[in-house]
Design a protein around this ligand. Structure first.
Ligand SMILES: Cc1ncc(COP(=O)(O)O)c(C=O)c1O
Length: 312
C-alpha cells in the first residue's frame, strides 16, 4: 500500500508541522546526491494504555550517534523530537504506526564536504503492518544468500544508519525478489553471516541461541538487543559475540530474523534448503510470543522501554 492510500496528512519538518504534500526539498539537496543522511525506524504499538513507542530512547540515541561520523549534529534536542513525534501520532489519531525520523545535509553546494549545507530533520509516521508479509510471522520466510556482500566497517561505519549505504540492502533485496525469495541474507567480507538487508539474524542449535557479534559488520539492532534480553530472561544461553559460517545455516535447528520492521520472523528455508522442520521452531515461537506480549503490553515487564503517546 502506497502513502497516497493511507490516512496520513502531516509531517514534522525542521521544527514545523506541515501538510503531507508540502513536505518537499530542493533537487540539489546534498543528501539526495550523496546519501549524506541518517535515519531511524521505530514502531509504536497499540496497547491498553494507548499508543506506546517501543525503545524510543535507544532509537534516539542511535539516531544522534549515526550523525557523528558525518559531523551531522541534529539541530534539535531529544525532547523536541519526542514532543514532535507524539504530536504527529496524536494529530493523525494512529493507534499504532511506524516512525521514520530522518536527518540530512540540505541545499547549499554540491562539493563532497557537506559542512556548508544546512542540517535538516524530518519525522513522518504511518501505519505499517507485518513487513515480510502477513503469513511470515507464523509460517516463516524463504531467504537466499545474496551475491552482494555486506560492506565492512573499515569502508563505511556499520553501526550507523546512514542513508547512502542502504543501496547495499536495496541491491540484496532486489536480487532476492528477482530470484523468487522473500528476503536476502548477506555475508560479510570474510564470508561469515552478517545480517539481512534490514534485519539481524539469530540461529538456534541444541537449545542455545547464537547471533553474529557487532564486529561482523552488522547494525547493532535494537530488536536484536530486545531478543537477547528476553531470551536470557527465559533461561536461554545466548551467544551474541560469535562468527557464524555459511554452512551453519544449513545445519541450524532454527533461524529467525529480528528487526523493528520484521519484528521476530522465522526463516524456513535458505536457498531451498529446509531449516530444521521447515516451520516456526519451538524456540522461535517462545521468543516471538514473549516479544509480542512485551510490545503489546500484555505483561508489565520492562516499562522503561515504552514511551506513551498520551492520546487526548
Ligand atoms: C541493516 C539492518 N540490520 C538490522 C536492523 C535491525 O535493527 P533494529 O532492530 O534496530 O530495527 C536494521 C533495521 O533497522 C537494518 O537496517
Amino acid at each position: 500500500m502506497g502513502f497516497d492510500e493511507m490516512d496520513v496528512d502531516t509531517i514534522w519538518m525542521d521544527g514545523e508541522f506541515v501538510d503531507w504534500d508540502d513536505a518537499q526539498i530542493h533537487v540539489l539537496t546534498h543528501g539526495l546526491h550523496y546519501g549524506t543522511g541518517i535515519f531511524e525506524g521505530v514502531r509504536c504499538y497499540d496497547t491498553e494504555e494507548g499508543p506506546a513507542i517501543f525503545r524510543w530512547d535507544e532509537h534516539l540515541d542511535r539516531f544522534y550517534n549515526s550523525g557523528k561520523p558525518y559531523n551531522l549534529d541534529i539541530p534539535f534536542e531529544k525532547e523536541e523530537l519526542t514532543a514532535a513525534t507524539k504530536e504527529l501520532i496524536r494529530r493523525q489519531d494512529l493507534p499504532s504506526c511506524y516512525i521514520r525520523p530522518v536527518a540530512y545535509y540540505g541545499y547549499d553546494m554540491l562539493g563532497l564536504n557537506p559542512e556548508s549545507c544546512p542540517e535538516q530533520v524530518a519525522i513522518a509516521v504511518w501505519p505499517w503492518g507485518a513487513y515480510l508479509g502477513e503469513d511470515a510471522l507464523e509460517k516463516g520466510v524463504e531467504v537466499t544468500v545474496s551475491s552482494w556482500r555486506k560492506y565492512s566497517s573499515s569502508q563505511i561505519p556499520t553501526n550507523a544508519k546512514t542513508a547512502g549505504p542502504y543501496v547495499n540492502s536495496v541491491l540484496a533485496s532486489l536480487e532476492a525478489e528477482r530470484e523468487g525469495y522473500v528476503e536476502a541474507l548477506l555475508l560479510n567480507e570474510q564470508g561469515n553471516v552478517a545480517e539481512g538487508p534490514g534485519e539481524n539474524l539469530f540461529l538456534v542449535r541444541d537449545g542455545e541461541i547464537y547471533t553474529p557479534g557487532l564486529a561482523e559488520g552488522i547494525l547493532g539492532g535494537i530488536t536484536r538487543d530486545t531478543v537477547i534480553t528476553l531470551a536470557r530472561e527465559l533461561g536461554y544461553t545466548v551467544h551474541d559475540d560469535v562468527s557464524i559460517s555459511r554452512g551453519e545455516l544449513n545445519t541450524a535447528d532454527e533461524l529467525f530474523f529480528s528487526g523493528t520492521a520484521a519484528e521476530v520472523t522465522p526463516i524456513r528455508k535458505v536457498d531451498n534448503v529446509v531449516v530444521g522442520e521447515g516451520t516456526r521452531g519451538p524456540v522461535t515461537t517462545e521468543i516471538q510470543q514473549a516479544f509480542f506480549d512485551l510490545v503489546e503490553r500484555r505483561t508489565d515487564d520492562h516499562p522503561e522501554w515504552f514511551e506513551f503517546v498520551g492520546m487526548e
